[in-house]
Design a protein around this ligand. Structure first.
Ligand SMILES: Cc1cc2nc3c(=O)[nH]c(=O)nc-3n(C[C@H](O)[C@H](O)[C@H](O)COP(=O)(O)O)c2cc1C
Length: 328
């Protein structure tokens, strides 16, 4: 099971774009743990065109061994064309991705993200605008705007006709947000509707989850978001499972805590300690999943303020989980 993107043959899982989570540090971690590709956090086409420096910072190339894409959001074809040309020239990504899935009111309320699924024709025109930048174009969508309008196959066809080379589908509609179980049959409808690779997405936490989704839908690969946070080893596990190879050994707790500290350090270098540690609170909570004292540890994660707090948290995790410290 493989698929083509930007002239490469890929297997298994890419890192799903996640605003506030898949920053440069996380993308580099995913890349070095075997992600087939990484994608930037969503970036506003309008803000880029207006010269917003923070938006440009979001675009920094992962510069790893896997492919790198920049995801744009917006609803105006002219602005989209200008933003696509700008990032292609400035950052040299391997591909550009169009966000057709964001449910957040400040995005969808302005006609972008998942709101675009109500107008497949406009989705197509936006893809056409991005294609002009001369890079492969991918789209990431939901199953529909709401559960009464599950039109992902129609939107996918409009995008492919306009030049999209790959379609990723998060198996929920906008109104379902992030929690109810995904609907593999809706991803399968998209697989049937287009002749480009389709990637399935949603709730993949193990290599078995990835294989099950691929078998249930016929999708060519998967995108992993939350499941890879604090557990980037999942990429190598999925890669092995897809190739029919034995899974690599699970990481030790020491390895996981060393990665937590390395991630915090890389984030501090990238965006300064204050911003980095604020964002690290969310990242650290993922590392605490399934540990002894997880509730207390997640509580401590919310208090991370300086880099040394990450080291202290890691040391406490190791102590609690080797029985050297009292859980209370
Ligand atoms: C905090 C957060 C931020 C997200 N930001 C984006 C984004 O910028 N662009 C996008 O296409 N999807 C975004 N998503 C959706 C994810 O890419 C993915 O489709 C969704 O989380 C389901 O996959 P998962 O269960 O593997 O996390 C975001 C999800 C979360 C939880």
């Amino acid at each position: 099971m493989s698929y083509q993107l930007a002239g490469r043959t890929l297997h298994g899982a890419g890192l799903a774009p996640m605003a506030g989570l898949t920053d440069l540090a996380m993308r580099r971690i995913a890349d070095s743990h075997g992600a087939a590709f990484t994608v930037s956090e969503m970036v506003s086409a309008k803000a880029l065109v207006m010269g917003d420096e923070k938006s440009r910072t979001l675009c920094t190339h992962t510069a790893g061994s896997g492919l790198y894409g920049i995801q744009l959001f917006g609803s105006e074809p002219d602005v989209m064309a200008e933003a696509a040309a700008l990032v292609a020239e400035a950052f040299h990504p391997d591909f550009l991705d169009l966000n057709l899935g964001c449910p957040a009111p400040k995005i969808a309320g302005n006609g972008a993200g998942s709101a675009l699924m109500r107008t497949p024709d406009l989705c197509g025109r936006l893809v056409e605008s991005i294609v002009k930048a001369g890079l492969p174009v991918t789209v990431k969508m939901r199953t529909g705007y709401d559960t009464g309008h599950l039109n992902a196959p129609e939107v996918a066809q409009a995008c492919v006709q306009a030049g999209a080379q790959l379609v990723a589908v998060h198996g929920r509609s906008r109104d379902q947000q992030y929690t109810p179980p995904i609907y593999p049959e809706q991803i399968a409808r998209v697989v049937q509707a287009v002749n480009v690779p389709v990637l399935g997405n949603g709730d993949i936490h193990t290599a078995q989850d990835a294989l099950a989704l691929m078998h249930a839908t016929g999708c060519a690969g998967v995108l992993v978001g939350r499941g890879a946070m604090g557990n980037p080893w999942l990429f190598a596990e999925i890669d092995a499972a897809v190739r029919g190879l034995p899974l690599p050994p699970a990481p030790s707790l020491e390895q996981r805590m060393a990665l937590l500290c390395a991630q915090a350090k890389a984030m501090c270098e990238e965006k300064g300690e204050v911003n980095a540690m604020r964002q690290m609170r969310g990242q650290a909570a993922f590392y605490m999943k399934g540990l002894r004292g997880a509730a207390k540890l997640r509580g401590l994660s919310t208090g991370l303020t300086v880099y040394e707090d990450a080291e202290k948290l890691a040391a406490l995790v190791l102590a609690l989980n080797s029985g050297e410290a009292d859980e209370e």
